[in-house]
Write a protein that binds this ligand. Structure first.
Ligand code: FES
Length: 131
């Protein structure tokens, strides 16, 4: 909402397996936010992954920043797409946490996530900024 208050153009890309899995579309529409929906099964919006939607948006307009949340299997390619396009991004990583204070290692991201080795969601994140 702060972006809208500051008159920034906001584009949301929502992706899910099927139309019934899409959440918050009504809220985004009521707020007047441009929304692109992708579904794996083509039951709503663009057929494909949310990263396909992101690529479509980035191909059609100048993008200043990408904010993303979701599973690691999605955030890693989002980071790659942004890196390739030279667009900064902020990724909100999810992980199971046991101690929440950097002791147990349960929230360490897997190798290949794009974050530095040993990156802990509880201490280093949960948001990683890539400029
Ligand atoms: S939750 Fe234990 S190290 Fe992060």
């Amino acid at each position: 909402m702060e972006l809208l208050k500051n008159r920034c153009k906001v584009q949301v890309v929502l992706g899910a397996r099927s139309a019934g899995d899409i959440i918050m579309a009504d809220e985004f529409n009521r707020a007047g936010i441009d929304l692109l929906v992708t579904t794996n099964d083509a039951s709503l919006g663009l057929q494909g992954l949310v990263t396909d939607g992101l690529k479509k948006v980035m191909a059609g307009q100048k993008v200043d920043m990408v904010y993303a949340c979701g599973p690691s299997a999605m955030l890693t390619p989002v980071a790659q797409i942004c890196r390739n396009a030279g667009v900064p991004c902020q990724l909100s990583w999810e992980a199971m946490m046991r101690c929440g204070m950097g002791l147990c290692g349960s929230c360490e991201l897997e190798e290949g996530s794009g974050e530095p080795a040993g990156w802990l969601v509880c201490l280093d994140g949960p948001v990683a900024r890539h400029d």
